[in-house]
Design a protein around this ligand. Sequence first.
Ligand SMILES: [Zn+2]
Length: 142
Amino acid sequence: MGGTGWTPTGFDASYQYSTTTLSVYWPRTEHAKLLTLWPQLADQVGATWDEHRQRIERHCAVVERTGHAVNQLPGTVEDLATFLAQRGITDPSADDLLAYPDLRTATVSMTPWPPTRTEACWCGTGRKYKQCCRPHSLGSLD
Ligand SMILES: [Zn+2]
C-alpha cells in the first residue's frame, strides 16, 4: 500500500495490532461483476475466478504459516461501490481495492479460515473443502 492513493490511517487499532489477518475474497458472481465494471483489477484479483480462489487459498495458507489466524470476508461489488463513492473514486486502482473494506463500517461477517476438511468450501461451490480449494494450499508455497 502507499503511494498517492487513499490509505487506511483510521484503521481500528485493535485490528491493526491483532494477530488475525483479514482476507477478502470475491464469490463467483461478484468476481465477474467486479471485472465487468473495472477490468483493470484483473491483475489484482485474478483474471478468472479459478485463478482468484486459488490465489486466495494460497495467500491464506502463507499468512497462517506466519502464525496469524485468518478471517475471510466475502466482498460484494455493491459494498465496494459504496466504499469507493464515499472516497470520490470512480476508477479504482489495486491500492483502492486493497483498502476495502472499511472495517469500521463493514456489515458482512467474517469467517475463520480454513474450514475443516469435510466442511463446505469457503469459496461457495458447495463442494467439500478437501475436494475443492484445499489442495491449492498443500505442499510448497512460494
Ligand atoms: Zn473452494
